[in-house]
Design a protein around this ligand. Structure first.
Ligand code: GLA
Length: 723
């Protein structure tokens, strides 16, 4: 709910309150963000009170010697008016100066979330309300609109901004954040999720110190190096207790999250497009939309904060027919065959998988003409007739006849030099004039700023999807951007953003007419795992690393800011990682996500085949709980190298699944006590396998002692059902 009273705006969600106000000089002051406050109080008294300025500070206006912008908590700031913290905007104004000072003009409150023209955004018709604050520069007709969409039930507020150029000269936007917020410091720690290829989502915590910490990406995508999602937590916050602020961005390009601790002990948090190589020209009368930033606060620890993120992304970002539908158990041939497959091999794999209860067969890389390794064929949509004499349509027909769904891999944004597309259109790929473009995995990036390239992708991918009745698509993107240049642009500073807008246009044109297809995004694993991609594709391949031990960290870390239902996780073959683990262990970890296999089912032993049948049945029984339940992290792989535990609780608390894993077992320790969370305290639960009934409260406070934790790489599932 959004309330306005005498220049004070109060935004309430079920459990949080956000307050801002208009100051005597018309700046927007941030007053409060945190736990929900009682109603009916004059919250303007919480605003900051400056004392008379001393020292080197700059006075905003001679008439008030206590008004200093540098010492205020602000919702937005300009440049050159005495606020020396990082500004949310750097605009070369008409006349060439950077100085700008944005003052409140008016506001409106609308039902729902206004949609953007160029970028994906969260949506809801009836579950959100939006406050739009219009600011204008003190002297020039340059306006900024700040949007605050309030999602009450999810305890989420999103923020974005629009810049409008009303001057008769072009503006140059060098930096324009989606949000900026200042809060008093409370010994905050910053939590980020970092890594790289095959090691995504590693959690890092550090206490804030004076200065600026930047969590950003320059790869062209949201990146596997630093995920856009980050957290600010009070120093005593744990999974179950304490204050935590979560931030994420509905955007798949270069992001920039920055946290500054100022000399006045104020913390400024910003999130938006990375200003790196950014210079966007805004002509007279035009608008620039920033991506939408997600903010959520929990006063009850990190678990609750993650659940709010999960609910929000699942309900208001993910769209389409697969949004709430149970995802099929799949088998993907990549780790089973790599490029070495043919029609009979694929059919044998599919037949075996079908018998095991697998529902979707996915053909991965290697089906393009000439693509027997990664040096050739990317960009060409003709089928490799030697491997697939009946074509893709023939294969798809046969898979469908077996009663399975058919899925296909694409990497539409890339091209090999050894391809018909490159020979015909070398100008389609990214090249810096006068330089040879840099290769990665033998491939170059297509220039999605060019309409002809977008057309080529939409036409070819669309044709194959229709001709071959494809039910599932894995949309891959296996390298970072280099040679960022497009001859179509007046300012190369627009390149990275325009590429992403081009990509979103392509995705819209392919997906919107085909809502029945389940799409999964991938970028060498989690190189582009962000809410922007989840708007088009409800799931993302978490990592090319399918080793279960490594996956504990990858999935655990990813779960802080992104939903379990969006995490692609599959069972690998026994010896794929050079570490031998049991099928049960691999499967139990893969179940905490969308579930499937990356192995050759024709090479499994009779025992393994029997086990896989049971595993698939088990997964299907638990799937609604896993996909829609509340996720609780219990024991962290980042705290101990020994034991990891997490659990799922159904929304009505009628059932729960606790999963525990040993990494390296402790000598002479044969059991593990875990303390489940989120149960109905007064309800009786039957602990399956134990044949006992205990109250939720008893289970949560006394914990459950699990046997058989004396060996490395063990897993235990404990299913609880309300009696
Ligand atoms: C990437 C993906 C893999 C697989 C290969 C194919 O690495 O992440 O799952 O699709 O490409 O080349």
């Amino acid at each position: 709910m959004i309330l306005h009273d005498q220049g004070v705006f109060r935004l309430d969600t079920d459990h949080t309150t956000y307050v801002l106000r208009i100051t005597q000089f018309s700046h927007l002051e941030h007053v409060y963000y945190g736990r929900r406050l009682p109603e009916g109080e004059d919250l303007s008294v919480l605003a900051h009170r400056n004392s008379i300025m001393t020292g080197t500070s700059v006075m905003y206006d001679e008439s008030d010697e206590t008004y200093c912008l540098d010492n205020l908590c602000l919702e937005w700031s300009g440049i050159g008016m005495g606020d020396y913290r990082m500004s949310p905007c750097e605009i070369v104004m008409p006349g060439g100066a950077y100085g700008c000072d944005f003052l409140y003009q008016d506001h409106s409150i609308v039902e729902g979330t206004p949609q953007m023209q160029t970028l994906p955004s969260s949506s809801s018709l009836s579950e959100s309300q939006t406050l739009v604050l219009s600011l204008r520069d003190r002297t020039l007709d340059v306006r900024v609109e700040l949007y605050y969409a309030v999602y009450e039930a999810c305890d989420v507020i999103t923020r974005r901004c629009v810049v409008i150029n009303g001057e008769d000269k072009t503006l140059s936007l060098r930096r324009i954040m989606s949000m900026s917020i200042d809060m008093p410091d409370r010994n905050f720690s910053l939590v980020t999720f970092d890594g790289g290829w095959i090691k995504e989502g590693n959690r890092h915590d550090r206490a804030l110190a004076p200065g600026i910490y930047i969590n950003s990406s320059t790869t062209g995508w949201s990146s596997n190096r630093h995920n856009a999602g980050f957290i600010l937590r009070a120093d005593d916050t744990t999974e179950d207790r304490g204050d935590a602020y979560g931030f994420n961005l509905i955007y798949s390009g270069n992001h920039y999250g920055a946290v500054e601790l100022s000399n006045h002990s104020l913390v400024r948090v910003q999130l938006g497009i990375n200003p790196h190589c950014f210079d966007y020209l805004l002509n007279t009368g035009n608008r620039f939309e920033t991506p939408e930033a997600i903010m959520t606060f929990s006063g009850d620890g990190l678990n609750r904060m993650s659940q709010q993120f999960h609910d929000f992304v699942n309900r208001h970002v993910v769209r389409g027919e697969w949004k709430e539908r149970g995802r099929p158990v799949l088998t993907n041939n990549w780790e089973a065959t790599f490029f070495r497959f043919n029609h009979p091999k694929l059919m044998a794999t599919a037949r075996r998988a079908k018998k095991l209860g697998v529902e979707l067969f996915v053909l991965d890389d290697g089906w393009f003409k000439g693509r027997d390794d990664d040096t050739a064929g990317l960009g060409d949509y003709a089928v490799n007739k030697r491997k697939l004499p009946f074509g893709l349509a023939g294969l798809s027909r046969r898979i469908h006849r077996m009663g399975m769904m058919f899925g296909l891999w694409f990497e539409p944004e890339m091209v090999n030099r050894n391809s018909d597309l490159f020979r015909a259109h070398p100008e389609y790929c990214l090249t810096t004039p006068g330089r040879a473009p840099a290769l990665s995995r033998n491939q170059l990036v297509l220039n999605l700023c060019l309409p002809a390239v977008r057309e080529y992708i939409v036409e070819n991918v669309g044709r194959i999807l229709d001709e071959c009745s494809v039910d599932y698509v894995k949309w891959d993107c296996n390298r970072h951007i280099s040679d960022a240049f497009s001859p179509s642009l007046d300012s190369q500073g627009e390149f990275f953003h325009r590429y992403i807008i081009g990509l979103y246009e392509v995705l819209d044109r392919i997906f919107t007419p085909r809502p029945h297809i389940l799409f999964e995004s991938c970028s060498g694993g989690g190189g582009r795992f962000d809410p922007g991609m989840l708007y088009y594709m409800p799931q993302t391949w978490c990592s090319d690393n399918t080793d279960p031990v490594d996956r504990l960290k990858i999935q655990y870390g990813t779960s802080l800011c992104l939903p379990i239902a969006s995490m692609g996780s599959h069972v690998q073959a026994a010896r794929n990682a050079g570490r031998v683990t049991s099928l049960a262990y691999r499967a139990d970890i893969a179940m905490a996500g969308t579930f499937g296999y990356e192995l050759d089912p024709t090479k499994l032993s009779a025992d393994e085949l029997d086990d896989i049948k049971d595993i698939n049945e088990q997964f299907r029984a638990w799937q609604p709980l896993i996909q829609q339940g509340d996720f609780y992290r219990l024991l962290s792989p980042f705290d101990s190298s020994q034991y990891v535990a997490w659990m799922f609780v159904s929304p009505d608390k009628s059932e729960a699944l606790v999963q525990c894993f040993t990494v390296l077992a402790e000598p002479n320790r044969w059991d593990l006590r875990v303390y489940p969370r989120g149960l109905d305290p007064d309800a009786l639960y039957e602990v399956e396998d134990w044949a006992v009934e205990l109250h939720g409260d008893t289970i949560m406070h006394a914990g459950l002692r699990l046997q058989m934790f004396g060996w490395d790489f063990m897993s235990r599932n404990l299913y609880l059902k309300r009696v």
